[in-house]
Design a protein around this ligand. Sequence first.
Ligand code: PMP
Length: 395
Amino acid sequence: MSDLPFAARAGQLVGSVIDSSTSLLAKQSHDIVRFAMGSPAAEAIPWETLREVGEEALGAHDAFDYAATEGDPALRAALLEALAGTTDETTDERLTITAGGMQGLDLAMKLFVDPGDLVTIESPTYTNGSATALSYQADLLEVPGDEHGMSVDALREQVDRAGRRPKLIYTIPTFQNPSGTTLSVERRRELLDLARDWGSVVLDDDPYGMLRFAGDGLPSLHELADGDPLVFSVRTFSKIIAPGLRVGWVDHDPSLSELLIHAKQAMDTCTNLPAQRLVAGFLRHGHLDTHLTTQREEYRRRKEAMQDALAEHFGGRARWTDPEGGFFLWVTFEDSVDTEALFEPALAEGVAYIPGNAFSPGRRFPHALRLCFASTPPARIREGVARLARAVDRV
Ligand code: PMP
């Protein structure tokens, strides 16, 4: 860094390998199968419906003004109705509209994390979530998991060993990013009990929960917590409608509303109003249900295509998770494959992914990688996995 008078926290801004992969891929001129970013497929973005909805939603002159900090009333009302009867059902006083899930994570950390506070994260976890904790100068504790999500026993043991209670527990309970695993109901309950014992905030980040394509639905942490003020839930329209909208919401104890509004006013004043109106129109006309029904079926096909292709090319040489929803498969190779070293040869071969170490501040996953199956149709998925196999054979 130069000798400008930086704040201490500037040194803690670690960035995101995932987000940077978007710019890296944009610079490539050859054909690349893109398993890297966790975005919905281009063809899964309901742009025609959004355009139709836009005629009405953006037709009023006030659609381009500043908006209420807590969110446009039209969106708040439509969202409450869309969530009614789901595991994320909520009330108006618990809701704040945000600029995507990332702003929800930032707001939570801003409210609850002081420099030096202990924050537990899942290992592996979503890079931008751990990066946000670091930007508030947290001390991170990585907690391992298995096919049932974060190990709550490991959480308890590691916190005991650390000798201090976590201020905040960051979890992605459903179709986790990057592993695709889901925290079992028993563990959800145990986690909430531990958080209550410790007085820790549970940051419940669940962008993929509505994208279940197999198995039975589980109660969200929000539902199980039954109004416990320690649970702060972050949700987004990025994966279920479109990431470029940058609209999400947080569900929190009503006593936090004013603080959240103050924090947001010092940050971005209000969330993009045209985007909020578009989402409101999309929900009001009942498009979300139809859209999700089509998407879930398609994502199931894509996941199966990816698993079949992995079995064909890597059977016996790697293992991978079996998510019941969401976007990601987590692949772990036998020790000889270094997935950071593999990245460039794979890119040259025409396939992109995110190396496992990007999901762990302690770089615990040198032999793993994350593949997003959601953004690529089955035939291209097969081609991408074949390219990955050629790259592995080459290195
Ligand atoms: N949390 C998780 C677990 C995510 O996967 C993502 C998106 N990749 C986000 C939060 C951020 O969502 P948004 O794009 O709405 O900011």
